[in-house]
Design a protein around this ligand. Sequence first.
Ligand code: 7RM
Length: 651
Amino acid sequence: MPETIESLLAEGRTFPPPKDFKADALVVDAEIYDEADTDTEGFWAQAAAALDWFEEWHTVCEWDLPFAKWFVGGKLNASYNCLDRHVAAGHGDQVAYHWEGEPGDTRTITYSQLLDEVSRLANALKALGVEKGDRVNIYLGMVPELPMALLACARIGAPHSVVFGGFSADSLRDRINDAQAKVLITGDGAWRRGAVVPLKDTADVAVAECPSIEKVLVLRRTEQDVPWTDGRDVWWHDLVPEQSTECPPEPMDAEDLLYLLYTSGTTAKPKGIMHTTGGYLTQVSWTHSHVFDLHSDNDVYWCAADVGWVTGHSYIVYGPLANRTTSVLYEGTPDFPDKDRLWQIVEKYKVTILYTAPTAIRTFMKWGPEWPEKRDLSSLRLLGSVGEPINPEAWVWYWQHIGGGRCPVVDTWWQTETGAIMITPLPGATTLKPGSATFPLPGIGADVVDDAGNSVGIPGGGYLVLTRPWPSMLRGIWGDPERYKETYWSRFDGKYFAGDGAKRDADGYFWLLGRVDDVMLVSGHNISTAEVESALVSHPAVAEAAVVGKTDATTGQAIAAFVILRSGNEPSDALVDELRDHVGDTIGPIAKPKSILFTEDLPKTRSGKIMRRLLKDVSEDHALGDTTTLADPSVVEGIKSRYLAQATEQD
Ligand code: 7RM
């Protein structure tokens, strides 16, 4: 008998590791936490020893708050660790990527093929004048050449800076100029929902204002005509195939820059987050194998994110390849040509581990369970979630309709800045609670503190902080060490402030509440957007919700809600009242939204995070702030006109 949603969501219902899962799991007991606590440096040193080093480090960690160095004196190469060593060990024929193009074309790329292609591309970059230390910008869709580009840069010691293929010319220009990149790798276009995203046209607009760019390497994918600048632009197919497959990996210092990745945040200037080589690769590979319980010989792993997001850097490229994983790489969107595309891919490649975002899960809820039900998902054995708080309903839906009630769900909390997963279960050892990321990983120090920086204890709520350095931590903000100190290390003495709110329950479980900038203040009460959204989504008619605090003459802020309904439900005034009451019953009358607007879509970044500040602009009738990092900038305009129409109606 399948369990009912009510019983799965019942207060206090927990999910211990399933017996079958535990039988084969890499970690099955909690001792590892104590061991790592007793000797944290020893723990990370052991993790680092799983990599191949050209030279041993002499010191595990040098901590000069807030500047850390890990594995000091060690030399290694990330591309060598991801490729050469697996081929040398006889695994050259193992598939690294099953690539699925959006139009339905496919490619299978083995480790030895990937090594050859990366070496050719690395030699091509050298031929274009790239030297160790030079920055290379990458602006591509989800094609195999994208991971190749990252690895080729890593091979020759040229830090990469990837910009999402959906970003505007202005965003690309600003990021290239901040990094002072010498070469840009892009393509003619990318496929997205059956249409061409004209990468080269956009890149040309950007590069016109990027004096540091000397060469543009262009991959042919969508085959339409593109603007061309002779002397600057070079076709990939003219240059790369003729290169030698011999390209010795550059021995890099553990602390040499591996990449920059820009986070937009809410302020104007994007921050170039710096990640270095040894510590990053250590924590990314350790977390990838232990959090996803990776069995390299058997698993087929799929992180359905974009490489342009940190999740793609760490858990599509560096972690999986360092661990000799067979991965799926998919170019397109989940609803092309139909809403079962992901499930068709899971069935086709017999995916065993799936890692995606709550925003995607809530979209699948909106579309209804009939789509996954059409496909055989019995190969799956573990599910992961990342990017936002996952509300208990979405967690349970994922567990039930995608995981078939068999698969642990690991909710993974981390940031671009942390480089790798920080707070999450170990699926063979941790008892899960839907909606909780559970505990900091072994070796990680996290706490929840009050305004004065004192631990709130358990149970309690406040600001999430990290209390010790960790190997994959950001090493700074490119070109701005002061901003690094100010942003992350100034709020609480000696602690890293993540910018997120969190609660710990009586069992010590961590519950992430989203950005503290998003916390609302209604009649003197702090209310987190995540809690109200979770209450809305716990109503059977609701698939997804976003709420913001809008300035209000009587209450300081009033809650404005934007709600997407599950298929089969219609907007009505009665439903508005019902949802208000539902939130009132779930949290308390103070949390009842003052207004509710039904919408088909919400403004989101390409990685699926709701841009609440834009909804706040809408609710307060301000001019819209920067929309350049939105997945689809038209969404917010549509919401704005309907919001204003509804407000007039209500007046
Ligand atoms: C990996 C990534 C970081 C921010 C972070 C949080 C939110 C991410 C979770 C989460 C609750 C999670 N990097 N966030 N994962 N909130 N539970 N499991 O997303 O730099 O793009 O964003 O995302 O607010 O600070 S990121």
